[in-house]
Ligand binder design. Structure first.
Ligand SMILES: NC(=O)c1ccc[n+]([C@@H]2O[C@H](COP(=O)([O-])OP(=O)(O)OC[C@H]3O[C@@H](n4cnc5c(N)ncnc54)[C@H](O)[C@@H]3O)[C@@H](O)[C@H]2O)c1
Length: 306
């Protein structure tokens, strides 16, 4: 049976990737240190290792599991924390990732599928929707670690024969997203409204993003097992939604009657970012299938039942 290792599989997107692999009949092992992930996100069918990706213990996981494919999602994901503590950020996102790559080579992994970030890699580009060959213009240590790993991958392919695919996600939302972080505006708004609190919109709310449903993202990870060798793909909808529109849409699903409160502008927030995922359509056969309305309904349902 084909086996996949999902790092960060107890986290938000990683747990959807785990579900998608199991749904497609693959065996799954998960590595996660539970720094933000939760055990209850994991389905019963996955073997779980509570290990840090920077640890030498990772070798034991590869030796025991002998995965065919690795989906690498474990990461320090906070942009603000990466600015406050770039050393820790680099330790997890660079050193931890290289630790995995070394083990992939040692244990003959067929492919390494890396979760990168469209928003942070393209930064404040004016060439929108962003396409994959735009130059890197990220402005945070977190963004630097993502592009840094994208540079390691062609080296590992050329010199060590490790196949890979890079997936640059846009803004991912869906069930199991953490509503207590700085990102994840859908989760933050949905939880606040369901608890009768009026969420605050930063600044004028005219910050445009490309919201893609977590289940659609997980399907891109599945398709990348067979396709898109040593290549990089945007995974987004190309649809522009600003925070004010998002507020209205979530309030509509919940039946929340109150107008938004506007707070101060958050320094460093990009005005506009959305992705052209035409290459993923052509070469991976990937298309987003869940509309924003349907995705918001599923997400609200999750938070309502929690
Ligand atoms: N959420 C988004 O919109 C988005 C957009 C672009 C890219 N990404 C990328 O997708 C991936 C998953 O992000 P997410 O939103 O699901 O975040 P998340 O925090 O829910 O998931 C990350 C998981 O990694 C685990 N982890 C963190 N450090 C670890 C370590 N040192 N060792 C082992 N496990 C560790 C956490 O416990 C967590 O379960 C990340 O690589 C992130 O950079 C996310």
């Amino acid at each position: 049976m084909t086996k996949t290792l999902v790092t960060g599989g107890a986290g938000f997107i990683g747990s959807h990737v785990v579900d998608e692999m199991i749904r497609n009949g693959l065996e799954v092992a998960v590595v996660d240190n539970l720094s933000s992930g939760k055990k209850e996100n994991l389905p019963a069918g996955a073997v779980f290792y509570e290990i840090d990706i920077t640890s030498p213990e990772m070798e034991r996981v590869f030796e025991t599991e002998r995965p065919d494919y690795v989906h690498h999602l474990a990461a320090q994901i906070s942009v603000a924390d990466s600015v406050r503590n770039p050393l820790h950020d680099a330790m997890v996102n660079v050193v931890g990732s290289v630790n995995l790559l070394q083990n992939c080579v040692r244990y003959g992994v067929k492919k390494f599928i890396f979760s990168s970030s469209g928003g942070t890699v393209y930064g404040a580009t004016e060439h929108l929707p962003a396409v994959e060959d735009l130059p890197f213009s990220g402005m945070s240590p977190y963004g630097v670690t993502k592009i840094c790993m994208e540079y390691y991958l062609p080296y590992y392919r050329a010199e060590q024969g490790l196949n890979y695919t890079v997936l640059r996600y846009s803004n991912v939302y869906g069930p199991r997203q953490d509503p207590h972080g700085e990102a994840g505006v859908v989760a933050i708004f949905a939880e606040a409204m369901l608890n009768g609190r009026t969420p605050t919109i930063n600044g004028d709310g005219k910050y445009v993003r490309d919201y893609v449903y977590a289940g659609d993202v997980a399907r891109a990870n599945f398709l990348a097992i067979e396709k898109g060798d040593h290549d990089c793909f945007n995974i987004g909808t190309g649809i522009q939604t600003d925070v004010n529109q998002l507020y209205e849409a979530i309030a509509g699903v919940i039946g929340f009657p109150h107008e938004a409160v506007h707070g101060p502008h958050r320094p460093g927030d990009l005005r506009k970012n959305y992705l052209d995922a035409g290459k993923a359509a052509r070469l991976l056969g990937w298309h987003p299938e869940v509309s924003l309305k349907e995705g918001l309904e599923r997400t609200v349902e999750f938070f309502r039942n929690r």
